[in-house]
Write a protein that binds this ligand. Structure first.
Ligand SMILES: Nc1nc2c(c(=O)[nH]1)N=C([C@H](O)[C@H](O)COP(=O)(O)OP(=O)(O)OP(=O)(O)O)CN2
Ligand SMILES: [Zn+2]
Length: 129
């Protein structure tokens, strides 16, 4: 079936530590996190910015997490203080958090894949079936 795939990348700078980690990652340190969000759909939708069905989801919506931590995003914050109960600050759970929050913001039926990288050599991907 024909479908569109949107891909957008952004970064944010934040501090974190991994709770109970026996090693340096258990101490507060920072990363420039790189994020790639992919959104796939066979249908187009309106958005909060345009009333016509012309987009899978607004790129601005997909990029919400790059906003400042004081404005609901993840930039320039201590992730351990910002992520809700149930999420730790591993790349796995940051990817799940971004996925979960993005899912709430896009139209029903849009499939998502979120990739998060803390360092140039390692990343994690989280996606729909
Ligand atoms: N599966 C995961 N493993 C690790 C995570 C993670 O989120 N998921 N996170 C960390 C630490 O946060 C750490 O900051 C990254 O450490 P590391 O991979 O050691 O990164 P370096 O660039 O410092 O790697 P070097 O090989 O030491 O240069 C750890 N593991
Ligand atoms: Zn780290």
């Amino acid at each position: 079936m024909p479908r569109w795939k949107l891909v957008t990348e952004f970064s944010f700078d934040s501090a974190h530590y991994i709770k109970d980690y026996d090693g340096p990652c258990g101490r507060m340190h920072g990363h420039t996190y790189k994020v790639k969000v992919e959104a796939t759909s066979g249908q187009l939708h309106s958005s909060q910015y345009v009333p016509h069905k012309v987009m899978v989801a607004d790129f601005r919506t997909l990029r919400w997490a790059k906003q400042d931590g004081t404005k609901g995003g993840l930039d320039h914050c201590v992730l351990n203080e910002v992520l809700p109960e149930g999420y730790e600050t591993t790349a796995e759970m940051i990817a799940k958090y971004i996925y979960d929050e993005t899912k709430k913001r896009v139209p029903e039926g849009v499939q998502l894949k979120v990739a998060v990288s803390e360092t140039p050599n390692s990343w994690v991907e989280y996606e729909d079936d």
